[in-house]
Design a protein. Structure first.
Ligand code: NAD
Ligand code: UGA
Length: 489
């Protein structure tokens, strides 16, 4: 009764598809895993020595699975070479041939982007399903009968039904089991999260073909994950548990941030509060760091999707409850930026601001949905002479792409306008009136010697770093210690 899986097609070579496929391939050397994407540049990068995303440990996994033992040995990659089985053949491939790969697959992992709709019905909140529908149409037209379809992307509850409807429209009567297998990895720790997951959630329909498909997927994970951590549940619970998990994590951040606002007006210290409430095992210590609020590509969009779902189901009270998590997040950034302006005598005219850290958190080069962008927007209203950004990992091109919205909103020109991206932290800080540390990079942790006057702190620190400190520079910024930056990918 076991469904044999020989070839897996992973559609979408992004932050989720690439690392997930690589780890599945690493642990299942007899299965061919082909990652496909429409983006030629991304696929070329996955095939090269310079992977398109930076994740600690990712290169080792990709080298072993993509290149095989002989090649790893030939190149003398000692870090990866020692542990590798000498007979290991390459079993991880990257390609833009989506249709040809779908045709030969026994299982398709759908890891395409599911952003927020920007226009039309539900704009700003509903999930844009265009990429997912596109992938499903390709599968519907070309997959072998019985191919198992796995939702890895984060999707609204009941998307499994939409996928089944698309399949039925193109291939009436043919069974394509649909599973939900949400991904819980965090950027910056993706490989660790994939190698040692807290749980692997597999949602299926309660039919014979559904359970068989779920067992086939569970077997892939069981190659490295203890069975006790593989949780089979209903497909609708599985879809909704992903949105619920992200909403609950984000809600903790907004909760502690709301307390940080009270701390600022009293003499209470939000760090001490987080520490003491975190000692209650019912609350726990994680995700209680106050700061600029959450950024990143998922929390905001997933909560928006949840509020939209609640509203469409006629539950406005539920929608309003989760909406407040987003409101608090915006309030945090707004308050920080206003605090910066106030501490510079309510005027930024002729002043230079330096920003250290653009990405939404340390150890990632992902420039999307950065809290820094919201801060920059507010600062720009005050007409500063310049805002100079340094980030250890984000490429200048990626930051510029994100900043390009400012061209329209503020009619500032890029790259000659007031907002600049530089490749060195000292250059960013030279002659600045204020240095804003907006990400929790370890390299900024020692930036205290920067300060000539006492740092003005709004909320307490995040992860021991000082992302919300405003540091006033010494006349000679060269004296400041900034730790050595990491090697870019
Ligand atoms: P991404 O934008 O980095 O990657 C998606 C890729 O899919 C893109 O390269 C795009 O070109 C490709 N694609 C889109 N439609 C395609 C099609 N029809 N055929 C072939 N390729 C196609 O996105 P991501 O960050 O990897 O996120 C993917 C999904 O996983 C989202 O639903 C997201 O919510 C979820 N998720 C993301 C994270 C994260 O940390 N980034 C974590 C958990 C879950
Ligand atoms: C988050 C979740 O942690 C993952 O489990 C989930 O799979 C993923 O979203 C997703 O669905 O995309 P990620 O966004 O990569 O992962 O990063 P987090 O570590 O969760 O941080 C998110 C944001 O919250 C960052 O801006 C971070 O600075 C902020 N944060 C985090 C805080 O402000 N305080 C905290 O205590 C923790």
């Amino acid at each position: 009764s076991n469904v044999p899986i020989r070839t897996i097609c992973c559609i979408g070579a992004g932050y989720v598809g690439g690392p997930t496929a690589a780890v599945i391939a690493l642990h299942n050397p007899h299965i061919r895993v082909v990652v496909v994407d429409r983006d030629q540049g991304r696929i070329d990068a996955w095939k090269s020595r310079h992977l398109p995303i930076h994740e600690p440990g990712l290169e080792d996994v990709v080298r072993i699975a993509r290149d095989g033992a002989a090649e790893v040995r030939r190149r003398g990659d000692s870090a990866t070479g020692e542990a590798i089985d000498a007979a290991r053949q390459p079993n991880l491939f990257f390609s833009t041939a989506c249709i040809a790969t779908i045709k030969e697959a026994d299982m398709c992992l759908i890891s395409v982007n599911t952003p927020t709709k920007t226009r039309g019905v539900g704009a700003g909140r509903a999930t844009d399903m265009a990429a997912l529908e596109g992938a499903c149409r390709d599968i519907a037209m070309h997959a072998k009968a019985g191919c198992i379809l796995v939702e890895k992307s984060t999707v609204p509850c009941k998307t499994g039904q939409l996928i089944k409807d698309i399949m039925e429209a193109h291939r009436p009567g043919v069974v394509f089991p649909v599973l939900s297998n949400p991904e819980f990895l965090s950027e910056g720790t993706a490989i660790r999260d994939l190698m040692q997951p807290d749980r692997v959630v597999i949602g299926c329909e309660s039919t014979i073909s559904g359970h068989r498909a779920a067992a086939a997927l569970a077997n892939l994970y069981a190659a490295w994950v203890p069975r006790s951590r593989i949780a089979p549940i209903g497909i609708w619970s599985s879809e909704l548990c992903k949105l619920a998990a992200n909403a609950m994590l984000a809600q903790r951040i907004s909760s502690i941030n709301s307390i940080s606002a009270i701390c600022e007006r009293t003499d209470a210290d939000v760090g001490e509060i987080a520490k003491s409430i975190g000692l209650d095992p019912r609350i726990g210590p994680q995700f209680l760091k106050a700061g600029l609020g959450f950024g990143g590509s998922c929390f905001r969009k997933d909560i928006a999707s949840l509020t939209y779902l609640a509203e469409s189901l006629g539950l406005p009270e539920v929608a309003a409850y989760w909406q407040q998590v987003l409101t608090m997040n915006d309030f945090q950034r707004d308050r920080f930026a206003r605090h910066v302006i106030a501490s510079l005598n309510n005027s930024l005219r002729g002043k230079k601001i330096a920003i250290l850290g653009y990405a939404f958190k340390k150890n990632t080069g992902d420039a999307r949905e950065s809290p820094a962008l919201d801060v920059i927007r507010i600062l720009l209203e005050e007409g500063p002479k310049s805002i100079t950004i340094y980030d250890p990992l984000c490429s200048e091109a990626d930051i510029r792409r994100e900043l390009s919205v400012l061209e329209r909103e503020y009619a500032v020109s890029m790259p000659d306008g007031p907002v600049r991206v530089v490749s060195d932290p000292y250059t960013a800080c030279t002659d600045s009136n204020a240095v804003l540390i907006l990400a929790d990079w370890d390299m900024f942790k020692n930036s205290k010697p920067f300060t000539s006057s006492k740092p003005v702190t709004m909320a307490e620190t995040y992860d021991g770093a000082t992302p919300t400190d405003i540091l006033h520079l010494t006349p000679n910024p060269k004296r400041a210690t900034i730790n050595k930056p990491p090697t870019p990918p």
